[in-house]
Ligand binder design. Sequence first.
Ligand code: 2U9
Length: 349
Amino acid sequence: MRAMQDLLQKIEAYKAEVSSFNATDTKQVEEFRIKWLGSKGLVKSLMGEMKNVPNEQKREAGQLLNEFKNFVEEKFNALKEATEASEQSGATLDLTLPGDETPLGSRHPIALMRNRIIAIFQRLGFAVAEGPEIEDDWHNFTALNLPEHHPARDMQDTFYIDAGQNSAVDWLLRTHTSNTQIREMEKGKLPIRVICPGRVYRNETISARSHCFFHQVEGLYIDENVSFADLKQTLYFFVKEMYGQDVRVRFRPSYFPFTEPSAEMDVSCFICGGEGCNICKKTGWVEILGCGMVHPNVLQNCGINPEKYTGFAFGMGVERPAMLKYGINDIRLFSENDVRFLKQFTSAL
Ligand code: 2U9
């Protein structure tokens, strides 16, 4: 009984070994033949074990052994045929062939534009700061001098988070990256010169022109004796680096609760050069950012003495300049993750 069992086990194991064997040249095929089918090979030695099998099982054992021998011979013929064919056609391994190309990802156009903006301000000594997208009411609104009943706080414009009845504060998705500057100011280390990129959320209907989330880069500079002249020079440098040395700039008075005085900055249209086109709505000017001197109340809210320190701040969206630069006509493309869209952009910074 045992002899038959041993034989069956060996045949199974040998079959697995033969099946998984592969050869790349005729030399390996010959080694295979000697090992399995040679006069001192494993098939012969298995045959020799027949003598230990009891008589009444000899017939069955002989059949199995014959099947196994055929199996090895078939494998040998197949290996021989394959290697001879490839050697005759000269298809040996060509080490000079180029390797498989590694597919490279690409940078998202929003990241490309954001990095361009950041790099310019970094050259002026601004550090990058990031803050949370889920924020409390203080850092997003109250500290920024947004009065309690300001329309921006409305449920219509802001995504509030239901944190349950016991929550001591109102939680929301930040509506601008200004929460990050507030957090920098609260740290109490002066002077401050930071640039704050990030995603912000507003409760808007999604269309080709607006989305319920988008990206901003905001900046803040606080020190003794910082003036509106510093603000203008910093932003002049930025636009000339961004849109070329010939670009013209104009400031228009504006209003933001967190800056006083406040302004919006336009550049001469970089599409038509100021002649008038669809992008600048025939005005020759394109609005690119808002700015102003930090309101004394905002400094005070963060424990900074407005008698001693002053500062300027500015903010801009990333989507619009990216759409203009890359000729993208629908803001929704940025968040659809369609590879046909994404792969059109470079993998460089
Ligand atoms: C602090 C104090 C002041 C940031 C500013 C703007 C003006 C502005 C908009 C541009 C287009 C937002 O993306 S947008 O819709 N931003 O016009 N942002 S001043 O002022 C600050 C920020 C933080 C502590």
